[in-house]
Design a protein around this ligand. Structure first.
Ligand code: GDP
Length: 492
């Protein structure tokens, strides 16, 4: 029943009504909540639709997020791509910052989300939004694979988003692209040239320079190639639906929201609702700052006309009239208030066993942080070795370092627990874990960590409360005594 599913989503703080979409990983979590196991397979959208709807689908451009280690050139690459595309726009035009940009390569569009990094990506995902089709992993050719590079790979993988690797800074004398490829392969991201499948465990690697522009064209072409393999399609007809990417209060224009339209076509004058905000599309601008009357699938637009600022990751929908828009916004506000105080059944060591018994948990996702690489390796092996027929232990991210905000968001998005060994929990991470209901455990002894997880899986941590009646007596009278206190006269 839709109501059952909506309630399960609410418990996870994801607000959707029966007409809205959820991403495959959210669907998998909900199915787990309901006692099913989900396997995510890629199907072509066409194959799931009746023929007359299938005919309406059109190819849509990919939406790309750039990720990678700090200073490896994410911002520079995005800037270069945006600037080099200016040639295709009218000269002298200033691109607006709306949180997303579009480029055209050989007549085909690519949409870039302007906030680089896997943190923003996973934060959106934790709120149930799925906007990114392809991740571009930037690795500096002189620096090589760094901890954040590996983190980005794990975050993209957990979301099942294919990765295209840009090996950047090849203009530098000490650049060594081959070494980067070897490092990626070592961490199970196999370059396509060496046999990796770009849609599964592999990645297409393109050497580039964000400074000279060398290889950038080829990078864009390869993004389009992967997009083609993904066969991204959408229906441009019907009521528009999209995701809020960015929103702010503008002193002149009021609330301004950047929305990636994902299906249908949004028109000027449409009544819209996004989270608890509603209104009418008064004006719509594309990333070049041009006013638009309509925006079809995979178009980022900045919208003026909402009554308040929505949140990034809120779903925006066009509805038939203003009354409906207001009602839906009010319902959202009501439900999110209730949801916020409701329980969120996340996986936790304390009730892992009962979740396993109920069949709610088939995979225990763990994020593992430790002080040194040796401990990371040792603990990973031990923990994965705890897998049983019923429950597979899966380390979705392992790294050296303290438990950070981004670990907590990944745990929240992937229903994982976090295990730390000889590490601290950052204070913001702790606060967010509390809010998101993410379970964190830290240990100083490997044996303790392994034992506790094993115990949790076997139900040994379950507190056993048992009352045994030894006899019953009824108090008939009380006698006060200054020497021994109160004496009860009883009938057994
Ligand atoms: P981000 O932190 O990943 O966004 O990295 P930035 O884009 O801020 O780049 C970090 C530094 O590397 C800056 O000083 C850039 O000028 C420099 N940089 C970025 N890309 C290249 C490149 O391709 N070649 C060279 N030589 N320097 C680059």
């Amino acid at each position: 029943e839709p109501s059952v599913i909506i309630k399960k989503l609410l418990e996870r703080n994801i607000f959707r009504n029966a007409n809205q979409e959820i991403s495959s990983d959210v669907a998998a979590l909900v199915l787990e909540d309901l006692g099913y196991t989900a396997e995510v397979v890629r199907v072509r959208l066409e194959d799931t639709l009746p023929v007359e709807k299938r005919k309406k689908l059109v190819p849509v451009p990919p939406v790309v997020t750039v990720m990678g280690h700090v200073d490896h050139g994410k911002t520079s690459l995005l800037d270069y791509i945006r600037k080099s595309n200016v040639a295709e726009q009218e000269a002298g035009q200033i691109t607006q910052h709306i949180g997303a940009s579009e480029v055209t390569v050989n007549g085909k569009r690519i949409v870039f989300l302007d906030t680089p990094g896997h943190e923003a990506f996973t934060a959106m995902r934790a709120r149930g939004a799925h906007v990114t089709d392809i991740a571009v992993l930037v690795v500096a050719a002189d620096d090589g694979v760094m901890p954040t590079t590996l983190e980005a790979i794990d975050h993209a993988r957990a979301a099942q988003v294919p990765i295209v690797t840009a090996i950047n800074k090849i203009d530098r004398p000490d650049a060594d692209p081959d070494r980067v490829m070897a490092q990626l392969a070592e961490h199970n991201l196999m370059p396509e040239d060496w046999g990796g499948d770009p849609l599964k465990d592999g990645t297409i690697c393109v050497p580039v320079s964000a400074k000279t522009g060398e290889g950038v064209e080829e990078l864009l072409e390869n993004i389009l190639l992967v997009a083609e393999m993904l066969e991204l399609r959408a229906d441009p007809e019907g009521w528009a639906q999209g995701t809020v990417i960015e929103a702010k209060m503008d002193p002149q224009k009021g609330p301004v929201a950047t929305v990636l339209v994902q299906k249908g076509t949004l028109k000027k004058g449409d009544c819209i609702v996004a989270g608890d905000a509603y209104g009418k599309v008064r004006a719509m601008l594309n990333c070049k700052g041009d006013p638009l009357d309509t925006a079809g699938p995979a178009t980022p637009v900045s919208i003026i006309g909402l009554n308040k600022v929505p949140y990034a990751s809120d779903i925006l929908r066009a509805v038939p009239d203003m009354k409906r828009a207001r009602e839906e916004a009010e319902r959202f506000a009501r439900e999110s208030r209730e949801g916020r105080f409701g329980s969120r059944p996340r996986v936790s060591l304390d009730d892992l066993f009962s979740q396993i018994q109920k069949g709610d948990v088939k995979e225990l996702n763990i994020i593992l942080k430790a002080d040194v690489q040796g401990s990371v390796e040792a603990l990973s092996q031990e923990l994965e070795g705890l897998s049983t027929k019923e429950v597979r232990v899966r380390i979705i991210h392992r790294a050296v370092g303290n438990i950070s905000e981004s670990d907590v968001m990944l745990a929240s998005a992937s229903n994982a627990i976090i295990i730390g060994f000889h590490v601290q929990v950052d204070s913001t991470a702790r606060a967010i874990a509390e809010r998101e209901g993410v379970d964190i455990h830290t240990y100083d002894i490997i044996y303790d960590a392994v034992n506790e997880v094993r115990g949790a899986m076997e139900g040994l941590l379950e507190p056993i409360t048992e009352e045994r009646l030894l006899g019953v007596a009824e108090v008939r009278a009380l006698f006060r005594s200054s020497r021994v206190g109160t004496i009860a006269g009883c009938m057994c």
